[in-house]
Design a protein around this ligand. Structure first.
Ligand code: NAD
Ligand code: MG
Length: 395
């Protein structure tokens, strides 16, 4: 029996995780759930999964949820609030498995806490890893935590590694990783039109249904950039050993190219319940609810190389991982700010990359030797992004 805490249970990954849990009540017990603002969905999840404790962002939301749960006969469910509560539920002694599915920097401290305590960490929250990089991987190594990637590409790569492989280790006889990318909704939009892309166009992903932030990241291909950094950390690879391959069908989720000429791939329908079920059942396997892949329906698999002029965010991510230190945290913070402004209609689509480049030029990277250094870099980049975007806002 695994005892689970789901950080970000009301989001796209959180909902898929609980869907898999509901299929395996004999093997998985939900101990803790957290949400930012979506108290209605969290309440429904409590009725189904009966967690011992839940956490939300604000005090008022916590008391409202507590009252509803008590009225529904669930007075025993503890309701906490605030950022410290996230760390507390992720650290509970009865939690042995953490699903890190908060979006963005807010997930860093609770995910790191679970890694330091040696838990099994299922990592969807790529921003947390990108920000804290070697510090996070050292915490995993030192505590003996079991880190399992949920991002479909990294989960695919992990599945193509030898069965004894542990994330963070240097894989033997691997020539390179082929990181597949759908290319997102703007793959074939004329470059001259990118200035006028709306939030609705940007979040209309052709193959995956996901949260709004990662959907915009897919449109800019910053998602793939963050994943390049994630791959370097998870698999101890240099950036030049991680090659992005555009594969519009999203059927091959990534490949590992070995020195003997073998290329191993993991295939499947684009449904996050596959990597989630893989990590929850690891090293066994169980049913995920995902439709079987029908190769006759797929018919063809296409590949092309990415256009770094159309997708400048991809080049910025390679630059950040090469420069190292706090530069990936600077890149991530600037991106989070710029994407939020774009979604709010305050800046043009093309200003996302311009803002990130400005912050990387403006904020000096230092060695990412402590969490304070990393959070300082995050704050400095957010301030630089705000100032730049104020000068370049649409109106
Ligand atoms: P989402 O926006 O659908 O859900 C985010 C969750 O985090 C919600 O439960 C929300 O309440 C919570 N949250 C947001 N801000 C918070 C804050 N400040 N404090 C506490 N909780 C907060 O996002 P998603 O698509 O589920 O993505 C989650 C993470 O998984 C992201 O890092 C994303 O990059 C990664 N990921 C997602 C997918 C996917 O298919 N959705 C695939 C690969 C990786
Ligand atoms: Mg991915």
């Amino acid at each position: 029996m695994r005892n689970l805490c789901v950080l970000g249970s009301t989001g796209s990954i959180g909902v898929s995780t609980l869907d898999v849990c509901a299929r395996h009540r004999d093997a998985l017990r939900v101990v803790a759930l957290t949400a930012n603002n979506n108290v209605d969905r969290l309440f429904e999840q409590c009725l189904v999964h009966k967690p011992k404790v839940v956490a939300v962002a604000g005090r008022d939301q916590a008391s409202a949820l507590k009252a509803r749960l008590t009225a529904a006969g669930y007075a025993d469910t503890a309701v906490e609030h605030g950022p410290d509560a996230l760390v507390a539920v992720a650290s509970l002694p009865e939690v042995d498995t953490l699903m890190a599915a908060i979006v963005g920097a807010a997930g860093l401290l609770p995910t790191l806490a679970a890694a330091r305590l040696g838990k099994r960490v299922l990592l969807a929250n790529k921003e947390a890893l990108v920000m804290s990089g070697p510090l996070f991987m050292a915490a995993v190594r030192d505590s003996g935590a079991e880190l399992l990637p949920i991002d479909s590409e990294h989960n695919a790569i992990f599945q193509c590694m030898p069965s004894h492989y542990k994330a963070g280790g240097r894989p033997q006889a691997v020539r390179k990783i082929l990181l597949t990318a759908s290319g997102g909704p703007l793959l074939n939009v004329p470059v001259a039109d990118l200035d006028h892309v709306t939030p609705e166009q940007a979040i209309a992903h052709p193959n995956w249904v996901m949260g709004r932030k990662i959907s915009v990241d897919s449109a800019t291909m910053m998602n793939k950039g963050l994943e390049v950094i994630e791959a370097c950390l998870l698999f101890s690879l240099a950036p030049e050993d991680v090659q992005v391959v555009i594969h519009p069908q999203s059927v091959i989720h990534s490949m590992v190219d070995y020195v003997d000429g073998s290329v191993l791939a993991q295939l499947g329908n684009p449904d996050m319940r596959t990597p989630i079920a893989h990590a929850l059942a690891y090293p066994e396997r169980f049913e995920s609810g995902v439709e079987p892949l029908d190769m006759f329906q797929v018919q063809r698999l296409d590949f092309q190389s990415p256009d770094f002029d159309r997708f400048p965010c991809l080049g910025l991510a390679y630059r950040a991982v090469r420069e190292g230190g706090t530069m990936p945290a600077i890149l991530n913070a600037a991106n989070e700010k710029a994407v939020a402004s774009f979604l709010d209609g305050r800046i043009r689509f093309t200003l996302i990359a311009a803002t990130i480049r400005h912050c990387m030029d403006q904020v000096t990277a230092v060695p990412a030797e402590s969490i304070d250094r990393i959070l300082d870099a995050d704050r400095a980049a957010r301030a630089a992004a705000d100032a730049f975007m104020a000068d370049h806002a649409k109106h």
